[in-house]
Design a protein around this ligand. Sequence first.
Ligand code: ZN
Length: 376
Amino acid sequence: MKILLYIILVTILLATSSARYGVVAQQSKVREYRIANEHRILEEFVTLLSIPNVASDHVNIRRNAALIIEMMRRRGLEPRLLEAGNSVPPAIYGEWKVPGATRTIILYAHYDGQPTDPKQWAGTMPWQPTLRSAALEAGGTILSMPKPGEKIDPEWRLYARSASDDKAGVMAILTAVDALKAQGIAPTSNVKFFFEGEEEAGSSHLGDIIRDQKLLEADAWLICDGPVHQSGLKQVVFGVRGDTNVDLTVYGAKRPLHSGHYGNWSPNPGLILAKLLSSMKDEAGRVTIAGWYDDVAPLGETERRAIEEAPHYDNELKTQLGLARTENAGKSLLELINEPSLNINGMSSGDVGALARNVIPTTASAVLDLRLVKGT
Ligand SMILES: [Zn+2]
């Protein structure tokens, strides 16, 4: 279960200690706690995953917030809602004050999930958590939830909307608190908790909430909303790329035209869009838009060394993903995600398959996402 990796990650970060061996010892104590409590952890997680969590679903998003408040209250974390308006999903705040601590860290996760339409789901539903014997792509079959005392195989996978992104973050953080408290381990920093409810909807009120709240001042934020390394190793990432979207529409004739009657004469928006998009990157995968890379802040020595020392896993990844080649050959994935990127999220013009017709469509649309780095 991916959640367990998050628990360990958070635990390492929480249980800061000057002695490295001390961290390792604490880590094994926490693992013991997890093994002894995994049925209860799984049960609590399944309850959280069962509540629909699309940010625009005002009723259910607040049911999630209420449950998380309850979960935090049980742990003595003095939770409260941070509101930005009645129609805005609330953020949830909590704190664990440590006597004598001079630093403060904030642990962040988000409890909303990507929008989805259950009617388009086949098999299990998004908010009916389902246990499988392995990952879906590895042929995992559905299992019933384990009975008390039954062994939980770490290779089992729990499927539900936000089972990883990012209710796993909420659950892992709260479970790490349980584990530390049960083992009598106190963090050396004050710990604050911030669980957001509209991250997948663009976090449009996050700035307001943070600006208005003095209590969100801290020495560092730990964003528990990222993946494990592709090799399966735990990782801490110092920063993420930003993202901005572009909606692009090319217009042709006012009405669809018969291609036999107008082809060669009336411009085709699909072709114009395709040419426009293909002009944005060269064959090697480099963005060709003027000035695209001009403002990129170069990586420092520490960042470059971190990239060099990280596991090299590109070849294994290519095999796993069935890729014969990658873009920007000669540069690794880690190097390339430190540069701005231009990606096509989706394209649409006319119909394909059974609905394809001999028309010159009236429009062609694409959605792009532009990943931004420091300086851009
Ligand atoms: Zn996320």
